[in-house]
Ligand binder design. Structure first.
Ligand SMILES: NC(=O)c1ccc[n+]([C@@H]2O[C@H](COP(=O)([O-])OP(=O)(O)OC[C@H]3O[C@@H](n4cnc5c(N)ncnc54)[C@H](OP(=O)(O)O)[C@@H]3O)[C@@H](O)[C@H]2O)c1
Length: 429
């Protein structure tokens, strides 16, 4: 006997919402065969009914109140594509779950801030809360962590998970232009969020790494403990220096688990130019997962855009249509552990750049302070200069970040130090 269609309500008809309608319409035969039944759009909703959109929506039923869709007994799944951690996105999601409806969302902010609370409701109501599209767009990284690698103890998840930042860093290097010029170019092209701190300030990557950490380590999501540093202070000179030493600068989301606890950070890092991360250009995303049996695995693909994001949303819908209802974070939400979060003390190599007075004794003073904090120098270079101040580059052997920061603080107070020192972590991936 033919199964009933899966009836969905789509709330939010912007880039992603229209992408989902386009995919469900164009690939209808394949999707119906794979889902085992029709996935039927039973209601659509956005803020402005009269807005001109690229797709003809006249055959779909328009519902002006988003909460009415979440309360509609005829709807099986709410697809939340509004965005934002609170407000309407949160209330329709919560209401839908409480009304025994499955929810599919692309909203990383919502999951990063309220994922645990919402997962508890989903578990109680025995419905799905799926969010494949929330991290790395078209890369199926949620499923990989939730299902494919679920037998492993995962020790690290690293990723370039914000396409806008990777685009800006790539363009700075390609065009040899400074940050402000390329940032403006990215804004003009519509690549930057309305609130730029979400992209270039690292918050978007922080939402995503908090989600990945929870799935990877079986821990309760903890966005507040992600240490975040964006790309605003990355200068062209550091990109050039990194290049000369065989590195490129990438904004990495970094989550690792040790006996001490879980460390979550978003930070611009130097990565070897010939590594997989080093070869990543433009808006492409990449995630590395390290498991104790599988070793290191890498996943690469488009991190945003209508098509890739819709691909992930529709895969979540097909799962629900087939009756594959996974736990939200790969295990019972009520059993997710609250792990201790390690905010310090990372051991890594660092790149440092100083502008120092070029006179006898300067390097001895610098070396003296580095020695005092047990920071050992791997490579050191004084760059060509015309005036009395010399740019000095140092690459350290692995050292504790807290020691490095203390040494830099002390060096910056010296008479010989002529501008704010710069330091960037090196990840030899
Ligand atoms: N764009 C991407 O490539 C991408 C990738 C991954 C994840 N995501 C996530 O996907 C979600 C949607 O992103 P998007 O790029 O599609 O956003 P968008 O283009 O700005 O679209 C947002 C949609 O939400 C609707 N909306 C806003 N307030 C509403 C309200 N109160 N009631 C009903 N509808 C409302 C808007 O209506 P109007 O059209 O009438 O204004 C619009 O259709 C976000 O969570 C985002 O983080 C996006």
């Amino acid at each position: 006997m033919e199964k009933d269609p899966l009836k969905i309500g789509i709330i939010g008809l912007g880039t992603v919402g229209l992408g989902v309608i386009d995919l469900l319409t164009r690939n209808i035969e394949t999707i119906t065969l794979r889902a085992g039944r029709e996935i039927k759009i039973s209601g659509i909703c956005a803020k402005r009914k009269n807005k001109k959109r690229q797709i003809d929506l006249s055959k779909f039923q328009w519902i002006s109140d988003p909460l009415a869709l979440s309360n509609d007994d005829e709807i099986d799944v709410i697809v939340e594509l509004i965005g934002g951690e609170d407000g309407v996105a949160r209330s329709i999601t919560e209401k839908a779950l409480l009304n025994n409806k499955h929810v599919v969302t692309a909203n990383k902010a919502l999951i990063a801030h309220h994922g645990h609370y919402l997962a508890l409701i989903a578990e109680e109501q025995e419905v799905a809360l799926n969010f494949e599209a929330a991290v790395a767009g078209g890369i199926p990284i949620i499923k990989i962590l939730r299902e494919s690698l679920s037998g492993n103890e995962v020790s690290r998840v690293y990723g370039v998970i914000n396409g806008t930042c990777n685009y800006i860093l790539t363009q700075m290097e390609n065009d040899q232009q400074d940050y402000s010029r390329i940032f403006k170019q990215a804004q003009d092209l519509g690549f930057v969020e309305k609130d730029p701190s979400l992209d270039v300030g690292g918050i978007d990557s922080a939402h995503k790494i908090a989600i990945l950490a929870s799935l990877a380590f079986g821990s309760r999501i903890n966005f507040d403990n992600v240490l975040v540093k964006g790309i605003e202070s990355i200068s062209l000179v550091d990109i050039k220096n990194a290049n000369a030493m065989g590195y490129r600068i990438k904004l990495l989301g970094l989550a690792s688990k040790s006996k001490a606890g879980i460390n979550q950070e978003v930070e611009p890092c130097l990565v070897p130019r010939e590594s997989l991360f080093g070869k990543l250009d433009g808006g492409t995303n990449m995630v590395m997962v390290e498991g104790n049996f599988v070793g290191q695995t890498h996943y690469i693909g488009p991190g945003a855009g209508a098509g890739p994001t819709a691909s992930s949303i529709v895969s979540d819908l097909i799962d629900i249509a087939k009756g594959n209802i996974s736990t939200t974070f790969g295990q019972k939400a009520s059993q997710l552990k609250i792990s201790s979060h390690v905010t310090e003390d990372l051991v890594s190599s660092f790149y440092m750049r100083f502008l120092l007075t070029d006179k006898p004794g300067t390097l001895a003073q610098l070396a003296g302070i580095l020695g005092k904090y047990a920071i050992s120098i791997n490579r050191m270079r004084q760059l060509h200069h015309k005036d009395e101040n010399a740019p000095v580059l140092i690459v350290t052997h692995p050292t504790q970040k807290t020691s490095l920061k203390s040494a830099i603080e002390e060096i910056s107070t010296l008479e010989i130090c002529k501008s704010e020192p710069v330091y960037i972590r090196i990840e030899d991936l």
